[in-house]
Write a protein that binds this ligand. Structure first.
Ligand code: NAD
Ligand code: MG
Length: 389
């Protein structure tokens, strides 16, 4: 029986995870559920899954949640704040941690799970992009298991040989082919991109996701973060990772081998598939996702990404090449720019401009420990905020 701490339970990945968990009460139980502000939704989830702990952001939210749970007659213990997130992610009673908080806010609790040797199911790509070697070293040192939830990385994982050791060459791997839908603005006239609204940007053609990752998909920063994520997860160098636009989102990614074979993983665009895969690995369980209907899909298309349309993708490759603090700076500047776009403070095309300016302004420095990493993250955020005013 796996005992799960679900970080970010009220989000898109969180809800999909609970949907899979509910199908297999014989395999999984919930140790802790966490949410930022959506207290009422969290209370409903607690009623259904009866966790030992529930964690929210503030004392006020904790008080509100406690009252709701008391009314329902539940004995779930309520806590709040970042340390409480780290505590439930590293608790002895928990075997498995789903890291599904969005953005840098998920770094410390995800790292806590890694250090505690948990089975870490990683959706929170920003945490890995920021902390890179630090995170992978923590996994190795504790003997934790790291399984990717991001659909592309989960697909790649499924296409890699058993016992893969983070060295593509040693396994006859030529390239990792990371597929990208191209988002809602793939065919829109670039000159009109400054007119797009947050509502248009978050309306993804294939996937239903949180707002931040939806905007990242529209700018293709999401794919850029995923390139960096693939580098750390699979030990692939930047020139071993190729982004391919595939508008149908049926092939979730591919691995190209030296003998000319290309292995792909296909499925409907529904995150319950990678979630179920990682939860049950190496078993296979029902996820609630229907099989694909190839005749209905009829065709699969591919094209090269265009850096003029998607400058964020280029910025992410640049950050990966630069190493050091560059990926963390890229991520922090992106989080601030995306928030400003969603708040209608800046236009869509300003997002890559802000990120590029922040990256140019801040010197690249080594980030060997968590404190220096968080310092660079904070610096990048304040420079980005200055650029918005
Ligand atoms: P979401 O916005 O729907 O949910 C985010 C969750 O994190 C919520 O439960 C929220 O309460 C919590 N949260 C937000 N800010 C927080 C903070 N400061 N402190 C603590 N908790 C906080 O996001 P999502 O779409 O579920 O994405 C979650 C992560 O998974 C992201 O890193 C995203 O890139 C990744 N991911 C998502 C998808 C998807 O299909 N949604 C696919 C691949 C990867
Ligand atoms: Mg993805």
């Amino acid at each position: 029986m796996q005992s799960i701490t679900l970080l970010g339970a009220t989000g898109s990945i969180g809800v999909s995870t609970l949907d899979v968990v509910a199908r297999h009460p014989d395999r999984y139980r919930i140790h802790a559920l966490t949410a930022h502000t959506r207290v009422a939704e969290l209370a409903v989830q607690c009623e259904q899954f009866r966790p030992a702990f529930a964690v929210v952001a503030t004392a006020a939210a904790a008080e509100e949640l406690s009252a709701l749970l008391k009314n329902k007659g539940l004995s779930t213990e309520v806590a709040y704040g970042e340390q409480a997130l780290c505590d439930v992610a590293s608790a002895a009673e928990c075997t498995t941690v789903m890291a599904a908080i969005v953005g840098a806010a998920g770094l410390r609790p995800t790292l806590a799970a890694a250090r505690a040797g948990k089975k870490v199911l990683l959706a929170n790509k920003e945490a890995l992009v920021m902390s890179g070697a630090l995170f992978m070293d923590a996994i190795a040192a504790s003997g934790a298991t790291l399984l990717p939830i991001d659909s592309e990385h989960n697909a790649i994982f499924q296409c890699l040989p058993l016992g893969y050791q983070r060295t593509p060459q040693a396994h006859g791997i030529r390239k990792i082919l990371l597929t990208a839908s191209g988002g809602p603005f793939l065919d829109r006239d670039v000159a009109t991109l400054d007119e797009v609204t947050p509502e248009q940007a978050v309306a993804h053609p294939n996937w239903s996701m949180g707002r931040k990752i939806s905007v990242d998909s529209a700018t293709m920063m999401n794919k850029g973060l995923e390139v960096i994520e693939a580098h750390w997860l699979f030990g692939a160098q930047p020139d071993q990772i190729e982004v391919v636009i595939h508008p149908q989102s049926v092939i979730h990614s591919m691995v190209s081998y030296a003998d000319g074979s290309v292995l792909a993983q296909l499925g409907n665009p529904d995150m319950r598939t990678p979630i179920a895969h990682a939860l049950a690995y190496p078993d296979r369980i029902d996820s609630g996702v229907d099989p694909i209907d190839l005749a209905r899909i009829a065709q699969l298309n591919f094209r090269e990404p265009d850096y003029l349309r998607f400058p964020c993708l280029k910025l992410a490759f640049d950050a990966l090449h630069a190493g050091g603090s560059a990926p963390a700076v890229l991520n922090a500047a992106n989080e601030i720019a995306v928030e400003a776009f969603l708040d209608r403070v800046i236009g869509f095309r300003k997002i890559p401009q802000v990120i590029e300016q922040v990256m140019n302004r801040l010197p690249n420095v080594p980030v060997d420990d968590l404190d220096s990493l968080l310092l660079q993250d904070q610096r990048a955020r304040s420079v980005a905020r200055e650029l918005l005013t």
